[in-house]
Structure formats: structure tokens, C-alpha cells
Design a binder for this molecule. Structure first.
Ligand code: FPP
Length: 258
């Protein structure tokens, strides 16, 4: 473990962080962490910078967070990068957000491959620009055999639409005799969602002080622990991720039991 940490190239954690990482790994680490990365625009505004500067800074935090999540032994990290509602933003900002996956993967894909990270995505692919989709699909293809952390981008993702579409497919499968209505249960329904094959998140983090779900993983978050912070996403540090997990480890999850 210590050798692995020493290998960190960019930001080797301080000895304090290293001790916290070791302690966290001695307990139950959340298997699936989902993050609503919020506050890029406000971060930029505070510095009199264009909003896209906040998104660019946010991208660097994605890299750091992925690295640490992998080191901690988290199995899946789902990041809400673009919602089905985000198309309402100014064109310049949307265009920039659609370039970010290419920029991110163009820079970091070799490192992700080396670190055994597997890239996946949830969301509606059809509306994504070709260049965005190609970058994601290339990364998915190049990392498909990796069995370390799953870095799952929610891109053009909306949970209500996802659920509605699943319902329609269930109805269709029942009508065409592929499935009996009596066979439908929570597990079967989950497999109709875009997160098919993934565990439900154990921990949801939202940055920037907003306390809402914004149409994110409404079905999947039914028993998830939530952790909110006022910190804006570009300011989100390794220490904050560790804090969220430490809080998680001190909570008692009862899943409706006693
Ligand atoms: C919300 O902040 C953030 C987004 C809509 C985009 C999040 C994207 C990134 C953090 C970069 C993603 C990186 C990759 C690799 C895809 P906001 O703009 O709503 O902030 P505000 O509420 O302060 O205006």
C-alpha cells in the first residue's frame, strides 16, 4: 500500500493524508461513490473568470479524485458531468463541456490505463456530439479489460427519463412475452436501467452547498448515504473525499431494519 502511494506522480499525499488513507482502508470502504460535482461556475465568478475556467479547473479535480478513489479501493466512481437539463446553458459553455471528455481523456487516458481504471458512461449517447462520443468510446474500448476502479461518467444523463424508458421497455417485454409480469422485481427492474451491472451507490457527495438531487440516480440512491459540503468542486481536495468516507464509515446503515 505504502509503495503504491509513493508512486503518486503529481500530488503525493502528505503524511497526515497517508495515515488517514491507511485507516480508511482498514474499515469498510464504500464500494460505489457517486458525486454531483457542483460549483464550477461560482468558483470562476469569485475569481472574475469565465465559467468555463471553473469547468477546466473542475476537470483537474476529476483526475485527483479518480486517483485517490482507486487508491482507496473504491470499485465504482460515478461523476455527474452533464445532465439532460444542462443543454439549456449558453452554447459556448455547452460546447466547452462537450470538449472536456476529449481533453480529459486525451491527457489522462494513458495514466488511467496504467492504473487499471475502466472508463464507462451512463447517459443518452444519441445527442452527444460525435467528437465527445468518440473520445468516450475509445476510452471505454481501451480500458475494457481493466478490473480496477470503474470511472463512470454520467454524461447527458437524466434519471426520470432513464426510469421512464426502463418502464417502457419492461412493458414492451411483457407484451411481447419476453418476460412475465410476475417476474418483475426490484433486481430485474434495476437491470433495465443504464446502471445495469453496477451496484447502487453507497455514498453520494454533492459539493457547493446545494442540497438536492437534480435528477440524479433517483432509483439507485434509495439507500445511499448522503454527504454535502459547501466546498466548490474546483476546491474539492483529497482531504474532503477522505472526510466524506470517514463520515460514511461512522454511520450505521440499517436499510430499513433496526
Ligand atoms: C456544475 O457546476 C458542473 C457541471 C455542470 C459540469 C461538471 C463538469 C466537470 C467538473 C468537469 C468534468 C470533467 C470531465 C472529465 C468530463 P455549475 O456550472 O452548475 O456551477 P455553479 O452552480 O456554480 O454555476
Amino acid at each position: 500500500m505504502l509503495n503504491k502511494i509513493k508512486k503518486w506522480k503529481n500530488q503525493a499525499p502528505s503524511s497526515d493524508l497517508r495515515e488517514r488513507i491507511i485507516k480508511i482502508r482498514e474499515q469498510k470502504v464504500p464500494s460505489h461513490v457517486a458525486i454531483i460535482m457542483d460549483g464550477n461556475g461560482r468558483w470562476a465568478k469569485k475569481r472574475a473568470l469565465p465559467r468555463i475556467a471553473g469547468h477546466h479547473e473542475g476537470m483537474k479535480v476529476v483526475r485527483r479524485t479518480t486517483k485517490l478513489a482507486n487508491e482507496l479501493g473504491i470499485k465504482t466512481l460515478t461523476l455527474y458531468a452533464f445532465s439532460t437539463e444542462n443543454w439549456k446553458r449558453p452554447k459556448l459553455e455547452v460546447d466547452y463541456l462537450m470538449k472536456l471528455p476529449e481533453e480529459f481523456l486525451g491527457t489522462f487516458l494513458p495514466e488511467l490505463v496504467e492504473e487499471n481504471v475502466r472508463v464507462q458512461m451512463i447517459g443518452y449517447k444519441d445527442k452527444l456530439p460525435g467528437h465527445t462520443l468518440r473520445a468516450i468510446e475509445k476510452a471505454m474500448e481501451e480500458t475494457k479489460d481493466n478490473d480496477g476502479l470503474i470511472l463512470n461518467f454520467a454524461l447527458n444523463y437524466g434519471s426520470r427519463a432513464e426510469i421512464l424508458e426502463a418502464v417502457k421497455r419492461v412493458l414492451n417485454d411483457c407484451q411481447s412475452g419476453i418476460m412475465e409480469e410476475s417476474e418483475l422485481n426490484e433486481e430485474v427492474f434495476s437491470a433495465y436501467l443504464m446502471t445495469e451491472g453496477l451496484e447502487d451507490p453507497d455514498l453520494l457527495i454533492r459539493t457547493s452547498g446545494e442540497i438536492r438531487l437534480s435528477n440524479f440516480m433517483l432509483w439507485q440512491l434509495a439507500y445511499t448515504e448522503f454527504w454535502f459540503t459547501d466546498v466548490l468542486w474546483p476546491d474539492f481536495t483529497e482531504g474532503e473525499l477522505l472526510e466524506a468516507i470517514e463520515v460514511f464509515q461512522n454511520r450505521q446503515r440499517r436499510f430499513g431494519g433496526v
